[in-house]
Design a protein around this ligand. Sequence first.
Ligand code: PLP
Length: 378
Amino acid sequence: MAITIPFNKPYLTGKEAHFIYQAVSNGKLSGNGEFTKRCQRFFEDKYKFKKCLLTTSCTDALEMAAILCDLKPDDEVIVPSYTFVSSALAFVRAGARIVFADSMERNPNIDADKIESLITPRTKVIVPVHYAGVACDMDKIMEIADRHNLLVVEDAAQAIDSFYKTRPLGGIGHLSAFSFHETKNVISGEGGMLVINDERFIRRAEIIWEKGTNRAEFFRGEVNKYGWCDIGSSFLPSEVISAFLMAQLEDMDEIQEKRKLLWGKYYELLSPMAERGCFRIPDIPDYATNNAHMFYIVCNSLKERTELIQKLKENGVSAVFHYLSLHSSPFYSDKHDGRILPNCDLYADRLLRLPMFYELSLSEVSYICDVIVRHFSE
Ligand SMILES: Cc1ncc(COP(=O)(O)O)c(C=O)c1O
């Protein structure tokens, strides 16, 4: 059977083309124009982030964060192994050695209780990744970082509009990075944002953002010419991207409401099978909210996951897994210190993501769950 329910479908609010037309009419299409500023202000006002800079991807935002951390050769950065390559790659490019941490048993986030044992005199940064938009245990992580004088860079790629207790994710660490890739809740095709919560980094971040120049200060009229001040790159997106993103941000509440409805339906329909032990469903700790970025199940074995993917495919549903453990990746396995990370490997083998996108219907969710329930009842 052909796939009739894709894993993801990028959603258009309908305002994107109009906003892009406005950007063209403004006569400024390069970065740091009206729409870029509007998007940045949106986040600064709504979540009280100190300073936001749009980037062309979350990977770019992480690379900016890594530069700001001012790493020296042999400095160490603690990163979960169950994450997207960029969470580690950005720091490798800045010269650091990655010390991979294991996930928790209850969910794929970094196990905060095990971080302290990984700290050495060379440790400089901890990178909590809020998997599926569910918060890591940030009080514990910030307390450890404070005690050891470490920086915290939140990888909030999936964590828009999600909270740790009452604090928005991305607003807790010294720096944080968001993604607006087409698979995220709010999108601009490719896109991202660096959040700077520690004022010490603001001026340098703006310079790194604009090819190592103080052009942002020049455009604000703070200096009468701009020049080369530091390293950097062209990390800022064009106004076309920012205009697209602004259209999405205006409808964010509606997008979130629909996604939460779909997520709730999956949870309701799959709970009975989870209670019977057929698989696990997401576990959201008391300190975390759910932004409905992703609905996943954790199968009892790799074999069961493979069979379920096949069964869903035969019924027209595309379900996917991701994140092969980074500590055993072809690029990093010979640099890893050899520790076994069992929870990370478990999620790499058994976690399965079900379709989740704005235009998915409740009846399609019921259909998907029905295929799963029938599969486990056979
Ligand atoms: C946890 C995490 N970090 C970083 C990224 C990279 O984001 P981008 O594609 O915007 O560079 C992703 C992408 O999916 C991600 O899931």
